[in-house]
Design a protein around this ligand. Structure first.
Ligand SMILES: NC(=O)c1ccc[n+]([C@@H]2O[C@H](COP(=O)([O-])OP(=O)(O)OC[C@H]3O[C@@H](n4cnc5c(N)ncnc54)[C@H](O)[C@@H]3O)[C@@H](O)[C@H]2O)c1
Ligand SMILES: [Fe+2]
Length: 389
């Protein structure tokens, strides 16, 4: 079996590792960084922990804090214009997946003058203007270690997947102490996102021994810590377990792929502005059930590792417990159906053919153990509409 392994050149992992930022910048020859973050990081003062580390080391920096949740091409264009003017030799993506993805996309877009949509898959976005050091503040996307960035095409209401070495950070600092302030809803959504990354990588047609090892470790950590991180936001052990799990899940899917959940999730995010992890959660039980028979042993192993099934359960029982367990988890985490979220039935129904086309065009559904056609995707969207309401 042939496969490729990609990962940042270094990862600093653990409580307090943010203090090592100046040393990391020195290792990669970054003397004048642009810090990319969002208004919440500024408002709650979290970004000051990053900026203080820079100030204490005498490093000159500027801050771009106009990032929006689920980044748009217009914001990326504004950020890339700053990079084209020059004066910086590196980027620090500080925040959840949105600021990290913004930093990556800015660096890719600043290599030329083409619009962002020219870089979407199947284009190989291998070039970037400046190196990115990623510092996540959510335990979720794994963007700090992935070769992906996701940007919304505002003219077409499409969440574009951009993939290539240009999107891979050179280094990441994974410091769970940055996550204590994440609200319950976001802790739940980002946590389910990271579990989805690990599970989809594990059942992917492009899984390999490296991604399997990361996915197994991630599912064990997330299975053990997700509920507690939601219920007890100050629980350091739960936050640490979730943060490591999310990063390992990122390594898993960056080296295998995501699959049908993510393929169908991006159109929900683009058309209805549902947070990424939440749209994944809405889909996860039904899409898992759709694929169960095609990869029963894999789903069963995932169920045992994550604690949804017992070691003694045979594959059929364990796989079934996974689908049931994911639905129960949604109920426990108060995940609304699209209907309960407030999406009107006629609006949902009218968008389904386009959403199914966009899901298929992203390429992710082709990695699923059971590959659906357009009509099957429409049927799945219909099935989840009122589920868990
Ligand atoms: N590049 C990848 O490989 C990849 C993978 C999955 C998802 N994504 C993308 O990442 C984005 C979602 O990222 P996300 O789920 O991390 O959410 P996010 O970055 O949009 O953050 C969600 C909210 O939580 C706030 N927040 C973040 N950290 C916080 C903290 N420590 N304390 C308090 N509030 C905090 C943010 O300000 C924001 O309001 C989506 O655009 C999604 O498509 C990218
Ligand atoms: Fe995701």
């Amino acid at each position: 079996m042939n496969f490729t392994i990609v990962a940042p050149r270094s990862l600093r992992v653990g409580g307090g590792t943010l203090a090592q930022l100046p040393e990391v910048l020195r290792q990669y020859g970054i003397a004048r960084p642009l810090v990319v973050t969002d208004p919440v990081m500024v408002k709650i003062g979290l970004v000051e922990r990053c900026l203080d580390a820079l100030r204490q080391a005498g490093i000159a920096f500027e801050v771009f804090s106009d990032t929006v949740p689920e980044p748009t091409d217009t914001v990326i264009e504004a950020g890339a214009a700053i990079l084209r003017r020059g004066g910086f030799d590196g980027l620090i993506g500080f925040g959840g997946g949105s600021p990290i993805d913004t930093a990556k996309a800015m660096s890719i877009l600043a290599t030329g003058t083409a619009p962002m949509r020219d870089y979407k898959v199947p284009f190989a976005a291998d070039a970037a203007k400046l190196p990115v050091v990623a510092i996540p503040t959510t335990a979720g996307t794994g963007s700090e270690v992935t070769r992906f960035t996701v940007v919304t095409d505002t003219a077409r209401d499409e969440k574009m997947l951009i993939a290539g070495m240009g999107a891979l950070p050179v280094a990441a600092i994974v410091d769970y102490t940055l996550t204590f302030t994440v609200p319950r809803r976001t802790t739940a959504d980002t946590g389910v996102d990271s579990f989805t990354h690990a599970l989809e990588a594990f059942v992917s047609r492009r899984a390999n021994p490296y991604s399997d090892a990361q996915a197994r470790a991630a599912m064990a950590l997330i299975g053990r810590h997700l509920r507690r991180a939601c219920a007890e936001p100050d629980n350091a052990g739960a936050r640490e377990g979730m943060m490591l799990g999310a990063t390992l899940a990122g390594l898993a899917f960056s080296n295998a792929s995501v699959a049908l959940v993510h393929g169908m999730s991006r159109p929900i995010g683009a058309h209805f502005h549902v947070a990424h992890g939440l749209s994944n959660a809405m889909l996860l039980p039904a899409v898992t059930r759709f694929g169960l028979a095609a990869a029963e042993a894999r789903y069963a192993e995932a169920a045992r590792i994550a604690g949804f099934a017992r070691e003694a359960d045979n594959d059929a029982v364990a796989a079934e417990k996974l689908a049931e367990g994911l639905a129960a988890l949604n109920a426990e985490l108060d995940v609304p159906s699209p209907r309960a979220y407030g999406i009107a039935p006629d609006v949902w129904e009218a968008k389904l053919p386009l959403m199914a086309e966009q899901a298929l065009a992203s390429g992710s559904p082709a990695n699923n153990p059971r590959v659906p056609g357009k009509e099957e995707i429409v049927a799945l969207y219909r099935a989840v509409y009122a589920a868990n309401a």
